[in-house]
Design a protein around this ligand. Structure first.
Ligand SMILES: CCCC(=O)SCCNC(=O)CCNC(=O)[C@H](O)C(C)(C)COP(=O)(O)OP(=O)(O)OC[C@H]1O[C@@H](n2cnc3c(N)ncnc32)[C@H](O)[C@@H]1OP(=O)(O)O
Length: 536
């Protein structure tokens, strides 16, 4: 844990001075601070996670309602990783703001930090994303107003919120696919000596919903339900605890309310993780749950590895497999969105209406080439997203083959490029191309590219294996007939030989290549059938 004194990231500051000089505060931001008292603590004297979830839910609900202007309800909360425990006497600071509104639902970003008042130390505890839905009215489903992102951070969050939504709405499908395609790899339920029967860890609690458990809409607080769930999970605790909440009234039937999977790490007296006894699952359903728990663990680890790591910490090429396809695709698109949302791009040069921008951050050079074409954005998107046609305008794409058509939006290609030095070898790249159409008029069309590794396509002697960390196109519709095309590339050592001359010389083949790109797009502006690789 690092002790950070001070005001934190200026981009995160609620009062932000815009380029126009205007002082800006996010209108949906809600902040709440609480001192942790013994009544909030668990048996270890630390703030109970359930209590924290309650506070987070209340803060986020206020933020959602401030945006919606009407009552809202918690639909779901994405995985949360709690990085630190919080002790009695410490202060919890919770900040929530609406990142993006869709139709009737909105994503609320929540950050929790902890503060020791007497030492002025503060540290991050967790970041979470919750989805709130505006309650239907007599007229039906509510159409929320759009969020207008103003700062760079807000623009990034707005843009990536669409990707997170895509992921959360397909989460159940990922688990099903992983179970059906990968059962053998997930591991069989083995017999272990001293294993504890799963039935022995079962804990049930019945709670009577009383007025203090209700929210201002006089229904049970989502956070309260999460707190009750955390309570039973703590009593049952092994590594992953499945919790199901059901409700009934009088002699009425049980109604499923919510399910959650909580992961606990048990520490020994030296605060080191303890090895826990194995679980012996019950037959049939128990074995299914056991397999599902292994699948979820794999997904959690993939998510943590691929999504939570900082760009600079992830190895350039991540192994691709069907179970992490969704996260790699997310990572691919969100990395490009983050690069595109940066506001500190410097114009290096301009020629024939093609502009070259550079950006240097953490000693990594990124560049952006921007141009306008008289081609509708959707057509440009189709033409540019089929990498097999890129040789028609980019001489670096000597050969390009589809290796895997993962789904309609994700394709893995092998691209071979000519050698750039005398007597040297050409390079080849295994690239994941992820395409996205806009969710609304504030989104561009996107084609994101990054390297992946595939056991079926190892490096060969004939080529040097190159790697792309983050590259791709964003295509904005400027009018029905005109689009703005931006090409981005984060220069890894493998890509540098192709660009260093241009950046230094501020001219030559960049402009040639993008001039050819314009020509290619304009010549194919009216081509009727543009095949996507999946049509093959
Ligand atoms: C995490 C803690 C949750 C709890 O503790 S439960 C206690 C508090 N919450 C509640 O009582 C909510 C109970 N649930 C409900 O009322 C409904 O399921 C809910 C959330 C209104 C959705 O109703 P539906 O019939 O599915 O309505 P719909 O298909 O028109 O969807 C409305 C919008 O909600 C979104 N949605 C539904 N389930 C989701 C989920 N699991 N995660 C993220 N988003 C979700 C859905 O995409 C739709 O969004 P949009 O309108 O297109 O913007």
């Amino acid at each position: 844990m690092s002790c950070e004194k001070g005001d934190g990231d200026p981009m995160e500051d609620p009062l932000f001075i815009l380029e126009s000089g205007e002082v800006y505060r996010n209108p949906t931001e809600v902040k709440m601070s609480q001192i942790v008292m013994p009544c909030h603590a668990n048996h270890c004297g630390e703030l109970s996670v359930g209590q924290l979830l309650k506070w987070m839910d209340s803060t986020a609900c206020l933020s959602a309602e401030r945006h919606a202007g009407s009552p809202c309800i918690t639909a779901s909360v994405d995985d949360i990783h709690f990085e630190h425990t919080i002790g009695v006497g410490q202060v919890v600071n919770i900040k929530a703001k609406v990142n993006r509104a869709f139709t009737s639902s909105m994503e609320v970003g929540i950050t929790v930090s902890c503060e020791d008042l007497f030492s002025s130390c503060q540290w991050n505890v967790c970041n979470a994303f919750a989805t709130f839905v505006a309650r239907r009215t007599e007229e039906g489903k509510v159409q929320l107003k759009q969020v207008i992102p103003r700062t760079q951070t807000e623009q990034m969050e707005y843009s990536i919120a669409a990707e997170r939504r895509r992921m959360r709405l397909t989460h159940a499908e990922i688990i099903t696919d992983l179970l059906s395609s990968n059962t053998a790899q997930l591991g069989e339920c083995q017999e272990y000596q001293g294993a504890v029967s799963a039935e022995r860890t079962r804990v049930e609690s019945v709670e009577l919903v009383l007025p203090p458990h209700a929210n201002h809409q006089v229904s049970t607080f989502g956070g309260q339900i999460m707190a009750w769930m955390e309570n039973v999970a703590t009593i049952a605790a092994c590594m992953e605890v499945g919790v199901c909440a059901e409700a009934y009234q009088g002699a009425g039937a049980l109604r499923h309310i919510n399910s959650a999977f909580m992961t606990f790490e048990v520490l020994d007296k030296d605060r080191k993780p303890r090895t826990l006894p194995r679980i012996r699952p019950e037959p049939v359903d128990g074995k299914r749950r056991y397999q599902e728990a292994i699948a979820r663990k794999k997904i959690r680890l993939d998510r943590k590895y691929i999504i939570s790591c900082k760009q600079t910490e992830v190895p350039l090429s991540v192994p691709w497999d069907i179970s992490n396809q969704m996260y790699l695709s997310y990572n691919n698109v969100s990395a490009l969105k983050i690069m595109a949302a940066r506001s500190n791009w410097m114009l290096s040069s301009e020629k024939n209406k093609v502009s070259l921008y550079t950006l240097e951050e953490n000693q990594i050079l990124c560049f952006k080439v921007e141009t306008h074409v008289t081609v509708p954005a959707e057509q440009a998107f189709h033409l540019l997203s089929d990498l097999r046609r890129r040789h028609e305008w980019d001489r670096h794409y000597q050969q390009c083959d589809v290796i895997i058509q993962a789904d309609e939006d994700d394709t893995i290609y092998r691209v071979a490029t000519p050698c750039v030095s005398k007597g040297g070898k050409g390079q080849d790249f295994i690239l994941l191309a992820s395409r996205r159409k806009p969710c609304d008029s504030r989104d561009p069309y996107l084609i994101a590219l990054r390297s992946v590794t595939l056991p079926t396509h190892p490096a060969t002697e004939d080529y040097t294996r190159g790697e792309v960390l983050c590259a791709g196109f964003s295509i904005w519709e400027e009018s029905n007939a005109v689009s703005k095309i931006s090409y981005y590339n984060q220069a890894t050592p493998g890509v540098l030989p192709y660009i260093s001359n241009d950046i230094a010389g501020l001219s030559s083949s960049f402009y040639g290549t993008f001039h050819s790109c314009n020509k290619y797009l304009e010549e194919n502006r009216d081509s009727l059938a543009v095949l996507s690789p999946s049509d093959l």
